[in-house]
Ligand binder design. Structure first.
Ligand code: AMP
Ligand code: ZN
Length: 471
């Protein structure tokens, strides 16, 4: 069965077929964080969703190029820069560092490219210039450059590909200068904003005078720079569908740089939002959580990742602290089962069996049905526990089950940190100690135990033989 994904562009679940004629390489762009504050767990739901898409594509054998931009200049950031008196770079650097600390704690695979908006101004200017030449962009009286929806439509292009828009209400030439606006305010939007006194030192030169880019042009320029003018997958939270993604399509397809017959993006995927205790997150409701708020409550990145990964990406997810406690219980069930399998399997290598892999793949092929995928994992845990308790699990079978888990965990990323590998010389010392014990040379056995300790390893004698643990 092919991987099937819900495409916001067609509002249908479709077979995933990459643009690469060889069917191997996949380009994936996910709108990244706006580094004006600490990211919250809602933002991270979207980034964990993007991580799932990327990991699952890799699991399915695709070679993914994953790009996630860093929005380091836009309206909200400029406001904060003005309030703090810091430079743009000093202000955004701190939040970017914090972002990646959390991103890593959630075990998200780092994207291959993380382009910064402020480092792509020439690409944005080139794109705006092209739109000017095509007559789709124009200069407003204040010197800003706007995208003309009327001219774009006049070229035979469609504005309103991702959402249904009532364009009867559209008054040609009406403009919106903010980066964020609602569907009701559909209007020509800013590509380049002329320098204003409140922008302080945040401006760049351009052929149309000093200014700064609009938010939407940033993602068009960066995605096409790193993935080409037509690529496979574009992701983000559902709030970005309009206007951000609609405007990205308009700018990128308005520039007409795609090969004939190809769209800017083939599949648009959007993650539904996260609520906290049933309500929209807000600082005033006291239900606004950053990752460090949750760390302070004693939870870790692994537990938060697990919880964020339990619900289907197109369903609104209700985040609760009880849910997080439940995540801890579920993970310890998993850990316990894996621990028993490891003990049984020893170190023998094995090929993964299909008991887990097949139903797991079937579930995720179906528009990333992660809830069903977890169902198969816990079904498998139950069955393994049953066989182990009944002494019906042979070591080779345990090894094959573990090998299957390792593959599945390439997608889920929730295994407890692997036990520290034991270096060969330590193994040799432990074996020599065991031999001395057998020969009843206890003085030598004790000396070897001491030697191991000074090298950082403790020996514990168990009914199943000696076990090594780091001090
Ligand atoms: P921002 O840093 O505001 O640009 O947002 C980064 C990402 O988080 C975007 O893809 C948003 O769509 C997403 N996002 C924002 N709020 C939420 C939420 N409550 N639940 C899920 N995703 C969100
Ligand atoms: Zn974007």
């Amino acid at each position: 069965m092919a991987l099937r994904l819900f495409n916001t562009l067609t509002r249908r679940v479709e077979d995933f077929q990459p643009l690469d004629p060889a069917g191997r390489r996949v380009g994936l762009y996910c709108c990244g964080p706006t580094v004006y504050d600490l990211a919250h767990i809602g933002n991270f739901r979207t980034f964990v969703f993007a991580d799932l898409v990327r990991r699952y594509l890799e699991f399915r054998g695709y070679t993914v190029t994953h790009v996630m931009n860093i929005t380091d200049v836009e309206d909200k950031i400029i406001r904060r820069v003005r309030e703090t008196g810091l430079s743009l770079k000093d202000y955004t650097r701190r939040y970017e560092e914090e972002f990646f600390r959390d991103f890593d704690a959630l075990r998200c695979r780092r994207p291959h490219h993380t382009p910064h908006a402020t480092e792509h101004i020439p690409e944005m200017l080139a794109l705006i210039d092209r739109l000017m030449h095509r007559g789709i962009a124009y200069r407003a009286p204040d010197g800003s450059i706007y995208f003309s929806i009327e001219k774009y439509r006049g070229c035979g292009c469609c504005y309103g590909q991702l959402v249904n828009l009532d364009l009867q209400q559209l008054r040609p030439g009406e403009r919106v200068s903010h980066d964020e606006y609602a569907k009701e305010s559909v209007a020509d939007f800013a590509l380049w904003k002329a320098r204003a006194p409140e922008d302080g030192e945040v401006f760049w030169p351009s052929p149309w005078g000093e200014g700064r880019p609009g938010w939407h042009i940033e993602c068009s320029a960066m995605s096409m720079k790193w993935l080409g003018p037509a690529f496979d997958l574009h992701l983000g939270g559902e709030d970005l569908i309009f206007p951000h993604h609609e405007d990205e399509i308009a700018q990128s397809e308005g520039a007409a740089v795609q090969p004939p017959g190809q769209r800017f993006v083939k599949y648009w995927l959007h993650g539904a939002h996260l609520l906290v205790e049933g309500r929209k997150m807000s600082k005033s409701l006291g239900n606004f959580f950053t990752l460090r708020d949750l760390f302070q409550k004693g939870f870790n990145g692994r537990e938060i990742r697990y919880l964020l990964l339990t619900a289907h990406y197109r369903e609104t997810f209700n985040f609760t602290l009880d849910g997080l406690a439940g995540a801890r219980t579920a993970l310890s069930r998993l850990d316990e089962c894996l621990g028993k399998l490891r003990e049984l399997a020893g170190t023998q290598p094995a090929a993964p069996d299909d008991n887990l892999l097949q139903p797991f793949t079937r579930a995720l092929d179906d528009d990333l049905n992660i809830a069903a995928a977890w169902g198969t994992v816990f079904e498998w845990v139950r069955e393994c526990n049953r066989l182990i308790a009944a002494r019906q699990m042979a070591p080779a079978q345990a090894a094959a089950a573990l090998a299957a888990w390792e593959k599945v965990d390439e997608v889920l990323g929730v295994s407890a940190a692997a036990e520290t590998a034991i270096p060969p010389e330590i193994m040799e010392l432990a074996a020599a100690r065991q031999a001395a014990r057998k020969a009843k040379d206890f003085a030598r056995a004790d000396a070897l135990r001491q030697e191991l300790k000074t090298r950082g390893w403790l020996v514990e004698d168990t009914p199943k033989g000696p076990k090594l643990k780091p001090v």
